[in-house]
Design a binder for this molecule. Sequence first.
Ligand code: ATR
Length: 280
Amino acid sequence: MQSREPFTLTGLFGHPVGHSRSPHMHNAAFSAKGVPYLYMAFDIQPDQIGAAVAGIRALGMRGVNVTIPYKVDVIPYLDRITPEAELIGAVNTIVNENGELIGHNTDGNGYVRSLLEETNISLPDAHVLVLGAGGAARAVAVALAMRGAQSVMVANRTREKGDQLIESLSSICPARSLSTDEIPDLIGLVQLVINTTSLGMYPSTQEVPIDPGLLREGQVVSDLIYNPRETRLLREAKQRGAIVHSGLGMFIYQGAEAFSLWTGLEAPVEVMRKTVEELL
Ligand code: ATR
């Protein structure tokens, strides 16, 4: 960094944050672009999250990413949130615009950008099946619906949570909640299957969210998990001739979108990807 200006501070609010790859990824990106920004991870105690958000304004930070468990809890402390964050019901990026704190959600957009980059899917032609209905599922399902997916089905172990997500989606696109028993009858009709559950994540790498025998040739199968890089679901999907998409791209592009919101610049995505890959 050649600039002699004072650094602009950004960072991550979460608990815990010790294993996050975001500081390395963002600091590498700031360096590559030559912008005098710094990114630090802050481990915030649950009773301090309101004070931490007030600190963004007090310290003149440009913004922060927000991660587990605060993506919902930060909302009451912000001045406003985007319509997409409102529909998702969670914020993962805060931008400080001259003292006004604005909540965004870049997870969904980041997911869609990486999906379009890494697969040949055409969203207007895609019927989508989302496995799971937690925070990540909400971000991905809302983003796909907003960007024109033909229809979205959600299958979740706890049916009521799937029903709630469908309520948010149905104003945007045809949407339906399924019980997990209905998956075998309907999965053949969809072009895109997405695992948003933690089934298959390290160290339980033998788990799968559905029977991989249900997947078919040409289907796009996407897994938000990126540790391992290739889950058992993706490995078996590939053996059946499916096109696979791993969760690493979503992580990189949610960061890239945050980078652009803070700096106004296009993010150096390849530098960010290489930095994260070296850490994995
Ligand atoms: P995230 O923010 O990563 O989405 P989350 O909000 O805790 O995390 O959501 C986890 C999702 O994985 C939920 O859909 C959860 O199903 P329930 O709503 O029934 O809890 C799903 N999930 C987690 N473990 C699961 C398991 N063993 N079998 C099936 N689904 C599971």
